[in-house]
Design a binder for this molecule. Structure first.
Ligand code: JB2
Length: 213
């Protein structure tokens, strides 16, 4: 893997969590870019906001690695758009592994995925491209998480759960073993999911049932 220095795309709340993780992991960060020009020239946790996305035109794709600092509350569209845009221009996204996460040697983390503090990934777990596994989530054995997913803080996925691309699993949700969650689903915070969830559905409650978005 390249050891090129890192530029974060986005300079909001998620970026601050990532900056801490990168510093603790000993990664070299050049700065951040943000479309909100008002952030240009400022610092975030002592790291400079270099300007907007045009700043990246000054860096060859091979000279830097990007970190996607666009988070999500319920939709992963903006994060995925940023990822696809810069991959299309030849840039690569580094994965972020907080040193206080516990990763089985038999878990697999795809490029650009972000594994935050206190996460546990058990044997056979697979985390997809650009996916966030946020603070304190536990992903048990043989779970398969797709690309551009957000597993929010404190989620519990029991063994052999699947989550499709671009889904959002809200804070504190619990999913029992073997459940299949489709693509672009929204699992509400605190939901207890005991049955499969089809593509594009929103579920909430205990046990989780379908809601209108
Ligand atoms: O295309 C873009 C772009 N779109 C939005 N390029 C660049 N360089 N920056 C972009 N942004 C910027 O991302 C916005 O101008 C804003 O400064 C930043 C997003 O920050 P915000 O604090 O609004 O959200 P967040 O994505 O960092 O955090 C959300 O997701 C996290 C996972 C929040 O919901 C957090 O509470 C959550 N922990």
């Amino acid at each position: 893997m390249s050891d090129a220095p890192i530029i974060l795309v986005g300079a909001g709340g998620h970026a601050r969590v990532l900056l801490d993780a990168l510093a603790l992991a000993g990664q070299r960060v050049l700065g951040l870019v943000d479309v909100d020009v008002a952030r240009g020239g400022r610092e975030l946790l002592g790291v400079r906001v270099l300007g907007d996305d045009d700043v990246l035109r000054g860096y060859e794709p091979s000279a830097v690695r990007l970190v996607n600092a666009i988070g999500s509350v319920r939709s992963m569209q903006e994060r995925k758009r940023v990822y696809d845009t810069f991959v299309g221009r030849g840039y690569s996204f580094a994965s972020v592994l907080h040193p206080a996460a516990t990763l089985s040697p038999h878990a697999v983390v795809a490029p650009g995925a972000q594994i935050m503090a206190g996460v546990v990934l058990q044997a056979g777990a697979a985390i997809g491209l650009d996916t966030i596994v946020n603070t304190g989530a536990t992903i048990d054995h043989d779970c398969r998480i797709g690309a551009h997913v957000h597993v929010a803080p404190g989620v519990t996925l029991s063994g052999d759960v699947q989550v499709g691309d671009e889904s959002h699993v809200g804070a504190g949700a619990t999913v029992i073993q073997g459940v299949r969650i489709g693509a672009r689903c929204l699992i509400a915070a605190g939901a207890v999911v005991v049955r499969d969830v089809a593509d594009g559905k929103t579920v909430a409650g205990l046990p989780a049932t379908e809601k209108w978005r």
